[in-house]
Ligand binder design. Structure first.
Ligand SMILES: NC(=O)c1ccc[n+]([C@@H]2O[C@H](COP(=O)([O-])OP(=O)(O)OC[C@H]3O[C@@H](n4cnc5c(N)ncnc54)[C@H](OP(=O)(O)O)[C@@H]3O)[C@@H](O)[C@H]2O)c1
Length: 333
């Protein structure tokens, strides 16, 4: 059996994860039982949510146990099989974790030619793509002509939310860190206005959003939280909708309460959490529409691929430093 390397959790991080929280373990892949197949994992999706799974706290998925492989969505090729539905040579998406090989009993077969690059499946077929599509359309319910405000706008989820909002005929305003990302919001993703949050106080953010959205915000797609969430709330319109998709500014610290929730009362507005795992039945429709838009050239996907399992931690930390340029992916083969 092939030799496997896997990235495991050995200590629960306190604040920002560090080297001593993880171990790179080398061992032989186990033999297969009937109904199992062995996958050579080629690419792993790196997601901010993985930070939450490292904590021993109740969540939508159980905590990663100490000693276990870091949980991650993966795509790879079946290299040995005792499962009729997953033949050798097939590309498959599984929850393979940050490991070069994984033994699986179930997964989703993928057509590597369905999108321009096989990695695009991690942007469109699962994870960030369906999150952007379903979070915006099913929860935010934007109407043509309305204004959509997106935080984390240059990232995997945010870059797609802005583009989908434009396809729906909305005005899109993005918030991101730094002039280079803000230029990409306009030039690459078609946002109507971009706001650089770095170095701005909450009051300055409130003013910047007001200048970009003089008629107010109808849908706030929140990926960040903290002062950015609070500044957006101060610009909500009557019957506004806030899609709470992520709070990345708080994943490595104790969560700070939002101070401006009273704006929801003032405007008869709604805030609703979104978690993709509660919308599984809608994912195929979302993925099919996103795939069509990508292949028609209407939707741009940017992926940031770092290479090698030994680089798993620095690649993951890019999500919190803001040094990822697009959907963060780790190449494992
Ligand atoms: N609810 C769901 O089902 C679901 C599914 C997938 C993702 N999400 C959430 O969606 C959000 C985006 O995820 P993603 O995978 O697409 O990552 P991403 O946006 O590609 O990368 C994370 C970005 O967050 C920004 N960021 C990090 N720390 C920040 C801070 N302290 N303040 C402000 N911005 C900060 C950085 O952009 P800047 O350079 O602009 O700061 C960074 O590039 C996350 O909150 C994630 O948890 C939710």
């Amino acid at each position: 059996m092939p030799i496997n390397r896997s990235f495991t959790l050995v200590r629960r991080p306190s604040g920002m994860p560090e080297d001593a929280d993880f171990a790179l373990v080398t061992d032989e892949t186990p033999g297969l039982s009937e109904g199992q197949f062995l996958v050579r994992n080629h690419y792993a999706s790196l997601d901010p949510a993985m930070r939450g799974w490292m904590d021993d706290k109740p969540s939508y998925m159980p905590p990663i146990r100490l000693g276990d492989v870091i949980r991650a969505s993966t795509i790879g090729v079946v290299v040995q099989s005792r499962h009729a539905d997953f033949p050798e040579g097939a590309w498959v998406a599984t929850l393979g974790g940050i490991a070069e090989y994984s033994v699986q009993q179930t997964g989703r077969l993928i057509d590597p030619a369905a999108l321009p690059l096989v990695t695009n499946y991690l942007s469109v077929g699962t994870g960030v793509g369906p999150t952007a599509y379903l979070g915006l359309l099913d929860i935010g319910k934007p109407r043509a002509g309305e204004t959509v405000l997106v935080s984390g706008a240059a990232g995997g989820v945010g870059s797609l939310v802005g583009q989908i909002a434009k396809i729906q005929g909305c005005r899109a305003i993005g918030i991101a860190g730094g002039p280079e990302k803000c230029a990409r919001l306009i030039d690459d993703y078609g946002y109507d206005a971009a706001i650089d949050y770095r170095g701005k106080s909450e009051q300055e953010l409130v003013s910047a959003i007001r200048a970009a959205a003089p008629d107010g915000v109808d849908v706030q797609f929140e990926n960040v939280g903290g002062a950015i969430l609070d500044a957006g709330l101060m610009n909500l319109n009557a019957k506004g909708r806030v899609v709470l998709c992520g709070l990345i500014s708080q994943y490595n610290s104790d969560p700070a309460p939002s101070r401006n929730l009273w704006q929801l009362i003032v405007h008869g507005a709604r805030i609703e959490g979104f978690i993709l795992t509660q919308h599984i039945a809608r994912i195929p429709q979302a993925a099919a529409q996103l795939t069509q838009w990508v292949n028609e050239g209407r939707l741009r996907i940017d992926e940031h691929i770092e290479e090698g399992i030994e680089n798993a931690l620095p690649a993951f930390l890019r999500l919190f430093a803001g040094t990822n340029h697009g959907k963060m992916i780790l190449k494992l083969s």
